[in-house]
Design a protein around this ligand. Structure first.
Ligand code: PBG
Length: 333
């Protein structure tokens, strides 16, 4: 039962009067532990290429990524999530480069785990960086993404990532049944301890544009949308069904994506299942804040930290955000 307060005996402002009182009644906290750094990697040597559509975000060659990994550890960040930028010449309709054990992503994972075994490496299980049409799966002649064919490939992709040392594989594609297919394949290959972070409720959002630019899938995708597999932005009961299915299929962690426009979904999922629940503050959300702050219209540090604490308050256990390194540095001092 909620205690009913009555003025003037009860004065809510009493506990807001001083900094120490506000601190001892504070309900939610934010730590570097709560942050996951998404990074874009590319082939090459000593390359740090700015992503034009995401000021402050770069694509790194493997050697140039190592100092970032070191910085994560220095700041107390536990996990890094790798997104590959695949050479256009390697993109095919069937995404076969996704299954190349000597491809860019497995190389990055091996290198990171060799140098920084204490850093959690999360890999993206999805075909869009590898397909010539930019879709998250193989398509039929009409351009429809084929579910069952795609999940076979995703399971193999996850196995290769697991074998290269990924601690967590993260299917971000929204095919039905892929968590079960991935879990089975991992287990069949002796990878029982590789965790699955499922993008369980991923919406067909308009906030992914800058990311598609960053991984170079935007032009390939053209005007084709992802509404036939990502969720309708208007739905939230459906998110609960998606999460229930992924947990039943063996997901260890579920993700809600995007973040701020979907705090209600995050809250419902956390309350309903109590499972480890992550949220992705996506590229368009990053860009909105960056744009406003670089114009001097908003205070970057204060506003970014406010969004991150909001995710925690809504129930997130961890937050994937392009602000992770900056935020961790702010939290340190
Ligand atoms: C696709 C994928 C997307 C993002 C991560 N993985 C975009 C999409 O669904 O087209 C978006 C992340 C962001 O916008 O920051 N597998």
């Amino acid at each position: 039962m909620r205690a009913l307060g009555r003025f003037p005996t009860t004065r809510m402002r009493r506990l807001r009067r001083t900094e120490f009182l506000r601190r001892i009644v504070c309900e939610t906290s934010l730590h570097a532990n709560d942050l996951i750094v998404p990074v874009f990697v590319q082939e090459g040597k000593n390359l740090v290429t700015p992503v034009v559509s995401m000021p402050g975000v770069n694509r790194h060659s493997i050697d140039a990524l190592l100092p970032i990994a070191q910085r994560c550890l220095d700041l107390g960040i536990a996990a890094i999530a790798i997104f590959p930028v695949v050479e256009p010449s390697l993109k095919t309709a069937d995404a076969k480069e996704a299954l190349n054990p000597s491809g860019l992503l497995p190389k990055v994972v091996r290198e990171l785990k060799k140098r920084f075994p204490e850093l959690c490496v999360i890999t993206d299980v999805a075909l869009d960086p590898y397909t010539s049409h930019g879709q998250d799966g193989v398509v039929d002649p009409a351009g429809y993404v084929l579910n069952d064919k795609t999940i076979e490939i995703l399971a193999q992709q996850a196995q290769i990532q697991g074998e290269s040392g990924a601690d967590i594989v993260a299917p971000s594609d929204m095919m039905d049944g892929r968590v079960g297919a991935i879990r089975k394949r991992l287990d069949d290959f002796g990878l029982q301890n590789v965790c699955i972070l499922s993008y369980a409720a991923k919406y067909a959002s308009n906030f992914y544009g800058p990311f598609r630019d960053a991984v170079g899938s935007k032009e390939n995708l053209g005007s084709c949308a992802k509404h036939s597999f990502q969720m309708d932005i208007a739905n939230s009961n459906e998110a609960l069904r998606e999460v229930a299915m992924d947990l039943a299929e063996g997901a260890d962690i579920v993700m809600i994506k995007p973040g701020l426009p979907y705090l209600d979904v995050l809250r419902r999922v956390k309350e309903e299942f109590g499972a480890p629940t992550f949220v992705y503050q996506v590229s368009g959300e990053y860009l909105m804040l960056k744009a406003a702050c670089s114009n001097g219209w908003l205070d970057e540090r204060a506003c970014v930290l406010e969004t991150l604490i909001s995710f925690k308050r809504a129930g997130a256990d961890a937050i994937m955000t392009y602000f992770a390194l900056e935020a961790a540095a702010w939290l340190k001092n």
